[in-house]
Write a protein that binds this ligand. Structure first.
Ligand SMILES: [Cu+2]
Length: 133
């Protein structure tokens, strides 16, 4: 075989040249095959909310799609008191989470059925809505 035919001018053996190409190609293909979980984490619809006693959660209405992962985060700058001192989303996040100053709350879920899901306190008093289409 004639040197120069594929554009190299070192004394590198032909096999080594192609092995490097194959390793780079294999690494590229592997990097495309990430587990489903990390793909979902990337595409999760994310909402980052604040909370104060006076204004409650900083966003009250949400629109998401069925089958789409939702990452709903609340960062309380005050600790809740009384009736509305906890938060949950019946049907999507059934565990009441206490609103405590400086304690981040993360609720992650993937709605499977369309509907209007109320955001409530532990007793079910509404404070917002997640519309699933
Ligand atoms: Cu309540």
């Amino acid at each position: 075989m004639r040197y120069g035919a594929i554009g190299w001018n070192t004394n590198e053996p032909v096999t080594s040249f192609y092995m490097k190409k194959i390793i780079v190609l294999a690494a590229t293909l592997l990097s495309l095959c990430e587990p489903a979980d990390s793909v979902a984490a990337i595409v999760a619809k994310t909402f980052t909310l604040g909370y104060t006693k006076a204004n409650d959660i900083s966003q009250k209405s949400f629109t998401v799609k069925t089958g789409e992962k939702v990452h709903l985060e609340v960062n309380p700058t005050e600790t809740g008191a009384g009736c509305m001192s906890s938060i949950m989303v019946p049907g999507l996040w059934n565990k009441p989470e206490p609103l405590v100053k400086g304690k981040k709350i993360v609720m992650e879920f993937t709605p499977q059925r369309a509907g209007a899901y109320k955001i409530t306190c532990a007793m079910g008093v509404p404070r917002g809505v997640i519309n699933v289409h």
